[in-house]
Each structure stands twice: as C-alpha cells, then as structure tokens.
Design a protein around this ligand. Structure first.
Ligand code: ADP
Length: 472
C-alpha cells in the first residue's frame, strides 16, 4: 500500500473525521442520556415525596402518626420496590425509616441523619460497600405538627447499568462501523481514482515515437475528464513541435546533401590534377576527408529524423541471423586487419529470426566499427550470437580502452562522445549508438553495455526471435 497515494491519504482523513464525529456523537448521547435518566429518576422520587406529603402527612392530625407510618409502609412497600423512605421531624428525630430492601443492596441505617434547616433538593449518597442512592428531600409543613423532611431514595446503579450498557454498545458498534466505513470508503475511492490510474499508465506508454496516441477520456464530465482532455491537448502540441523539429532536421540534412555531393565531386576532380603544389594537395585532401565526415553525419541525422518521426519502418522478414553475423564480420575483416586486430564470430549454424536484416546489419556494423576504433593493435573483437528461449543475443566484445563509469549512462545520447578530441579524429559524430539503440527498440529489443576501463567493453543486443506485432 502506497502511503503517499491520494487514496490512502483521503481514506486516513476520512477515517479520522469519521472517528471524531462518532466519538463526539457517542459522548453527546452518553452525557445526554445520563442527564435525562437522572432527571427522570429525580422526578419520580419528587413525585413520591409529594404523594407522601399530600396523601398522608397533611392529615396526620386526624389520623395519627402510627397510621401514617403503616400506610406508607403498606402502599409504597419500600422493601419490595428497593426504595429508601425516611420522615424526620423538625427536631431531627426520625418518625419513619424504611427497612433494608429485600435484596439487601443498601442499609438505610447508613444514610446520615437529616439536619435542620431542611431544604428541597436531590443528592447522591455514596458510601463504601453499598450501592449509591439518589435521594430526593422535600420539607413539608404539617398543620399542628410542625415541619417534616420527607426523603425518598432509589439505587443509582440502575442508571449506571443503563449507561454502562450504552457505553458497551458504543465500544462494539463504533469500531465495527469504522471498519465498514473505512473499507467501503477505500473501495469507493479506488473506483473513483481508477480513471486516473488508466490515464497514468496510458501516459507512461506515450513516448516521442507514438505521440499520435491519446489518453483515454472517461466521459464522466468531472475533473478527471477535464484532466485527460487537457493532457491530450498538451500531447497534441508536443506532437506538433516534435514533428516540426523532425521535419527541420530532415529538411536541413536534405538541403546539405546536394551541396556536399557537389563539393566532394569538385574536390576529387581538383585532386586529380598533377600540377598541384604538395601543400595545396594536402589541404584539399583534408577538405575531402572533412566533407566525407560531414556527409556521414548528415546521413545519420537523416536516419535519426526518420526514426523520430516514425517514418522509418522496418521490413520484417524471416532470415538466418547467424549467416548475417558471419557475413558482416567478414565485411569488417579488412578494417580489423588494417589495425592488426583479431576479429572472430561465434554463431550457431542457423538461427532464424523475424526482423529487418538491413537494420540488424547496421546495428552490427556500428558496434563492430566502434569496437575496432576503440581497440589498440594486437587486441581482439569477438562477435557472439546465442539464443535463449524466444530471444536472440548478439554480443560484441572487445579488449579495448573501455568506457569510464561516469560516461556509461550517456553513451547512447545523441552527439555524446567519451573523448571528444580522439573521437573527432577517428571520424565519430556521437550519433552511431543513438541510432543503434533506437533500431534495437524498434525491433522490440534492447541494448546493454558493460565496460571496464583499460580492459574492454561488451555491448549486448537482445531481440525477440519472432519479431513484434507492428511488423505483421
Ligand atoms: P561515434 O560515432 O562518435 O563513435 P557513438 O555513438 O558510436 O559515436 O559512440 C559514442 C561514444 O561511445 C564514442 O565517443 C566512443 O568513445 C564510445 N564508445 C563506443 N563504443 C565503444 C567501445 N566499444 N569501447 C569504448 N568506447 C566506445
């Protein structure tokens, strides 16, 4: 799981907000219910206290104290209803106090005696060992008998038990609700962001060579659709610019070709004259060499611009790559012998591949030519062709000067030369490997390089044996 993804971060935010809301909601319900239950219990106790005052105490003068006590005990039966009832006279003496409830949850004798002056109100009575009591006190003046304090109490733990039940329900339900909400939120987010994933992978596959392709437009009318339309317009502008650059390179190379051919012809004709002074001849020969070099660079630029614009199409066909390797090596042998370099080819008797033979020959020539140029006399260059599953490998290994480690990542860049001066001297333009790499990729393959400074270099071309689809 990518913790930096929008999906993850939104889910975390959403979960945190949801948790906060649920905690506030749960806390609010808990506090509200606690208040409500306490108020309701207090109302009930007040009602009973008033009932005692109005029903029995008011008529005590006529009925007598004993009657009142009996009536209360009989009608309100505190033992069975778990009530605490106490009537205290104005002087603090107790007229009536209920017996302990049947289940013995509390002992009324433990409730501290009431002390005048009496005041109406609710209070919580806590003491260790027994349950807490919620007690309502109501002073009532009885005609001819003075003031009495009526106290009616009930165990508080019923309310506590209800609240504990609620807290337990919250503790179980809230995490479950959270898990459900996070899970479904994550999945929803995944669905909502899928078009962005599609756009990302489509955008990743677009390179300078398939700029005519466009990103998928989801048609949802939302920000994602706007994003892909905007990106598509950007790709369109890029495509136009690329086309212009490729066209410019192609036009410029084309325009340079003719004057260079003419220049070459004229130089050759002039050089054929016998009357030339040796110094002039030397200058003209050097000019001819430079013209050849320039023509080669122009040819390479033309190939690159055709590769860039996608105009260069491969001519796919089945042929024997082993034979092509042997032929090319033979073709380069003279060049190697000139420099006293040993040139070998190791290839199986036959290896049929589907590819463009002229482009593969170009790849081989570029690599062998570079290897011969970069290897001193007495060294060796070896071409090796192998097959593994559905891939063919061509390795060109030399015992030459090698490539410095910091230059290796740039070796396939255009116009990059490891040693500018020496490369120029040997006629290099720095375009050969750039073309080689693009040709390998056009074949659905790749090229890798391994090099040790002062020991040698190995280029390895990998191509699929059966070609790729675009060739049909
Ligand atoms: P160039 O046309 O100048 O040879 P390339 O693109 O073919 O340009 O090669 C780029 C650079 O890579 C060259 O400057 C050369 O020094 C270096 N290079 C290529 N092949 C080898 C090799 N086999 N050994 C050492 N250096 C090499």
């Amino acid at each position: 799981m990518n913790v930096h993804s929008i999906r993850f971060r939104l889910t975390v935010w959403y979960a945190a907000l949801l948790a906060l809301m649920l905690i506030i909601f749960g806390g609010g319900v808990y506090v509200g219910l606690a208040r409500y239950l306490k108020a309701k219990a207090s109302d009930q106790l007040a009602f009973q206290a008033r009932q005692i005052a109005e029903t029995w105490l008011q008529r005590m003068n006529e009925t007598g104290e004993e009657y009142v006590v009996d009536e209360i005990d009989e009608h309100l039966s505190p033992r069975a209803t778990h009530r605490f009832i106490r009537l205290t006279r104005a002087d603090g003496s107790v007229l009536y106090q209920s017996d302990p409830p049947r289940d013995g949850r509390f002992d009324p004798a433990n409730v501290p005696p009431a002390r005048p002056p009496y005041r109406e109100g609710i209070r919580e009575q806590h003491w260790p060992g027994d349950v807490d009591l919620l007690i309502y006190a109501l002073p009532a003046s009885v005609p001819g008998a003075g003031t009495f304090l009526i106290e009616v109490g009930a165990p508080y733990n019923q309310i506590e038990r209800t609240l504990q039940g609620l807290a337990f329900t919250f503790a179980v339900i809230l995490p479950l609700a959270m898990i459900l909400a996070i899970g479904s939120g994550y999945l929803l987010m995944k669905r909502a962001l899928r078009p962005i994933d599609d756009i990302t992978s489509a955008a990743e596959s677009i390179t300078s060579r398939n700029l005519s392709e466009r990103l998928p437009v989801p048609g949802t009318g939302d920000e994602v659709e706007r994003l892909s339309r905007t990106l598509n317009r950007m790709i369109e502008r890029l495509e136009r610019s690329f086309r212009q650059i490729a066209q410019f390179t192609a036009d410029a190379s084309h325009e340079l070709r003719t004057p260079l051919t003419i220049l070459r012809g004229e130089l050759e004709v002039t050089l054929r004259q016998n009357a030339l002074a040796p110094a002039t001849r030397e200058i003209l020969e050097s000019m001819l060499e430079e013209t050849d070099r320039l023509s080669e660079t122009v040819e390479k630029l033309m190939i690159l611009s055709r590769l860039d614009s996608g105009q260069l199409k491969l001519e796919w066909q089945w042929f024997d790559l082993a034979e092509l390797c042997r032929d090319t090596v033979e073709q380069m042998r003279l060049l190697a012998e000139d420099k006293e370099i040993e040139l070998d080819c190791f290839a199986p008797p036959r290896l049929e591949v589907k590819a463009d033979p002229s482009r593969l020959r170009q790849i081989l020539i570029n690599l062998i030519d570079n290897a011969i140029k970069c290897t001193p006399s007495g060294g060796s260059v070896r071409v090796r062709l192998t097959q593994q599953a559905d891939r063919a490998f061509i390795e060109v290994t030399d015992t030459g000067q090698g490539i410095p480690a910091d230059a290796v990542p740039h070796i396939f860049d255009r116009f990059y030369r490891v040693d500018e001066a020496r490369s120029r001297e040997s006629g290099g333009s720095g375009l050969g490997l750039a073309i080689t790499k693009m040709l390998c990729e056009l074949h659905g393959g790749r090229i890798d390089v391994e090099s040790r400074l002062g020991e040698g270099t190995r280029f390895r071309v990998t191509i699929p044996i059966g070609g790729i689809h675009q060739g049909g």
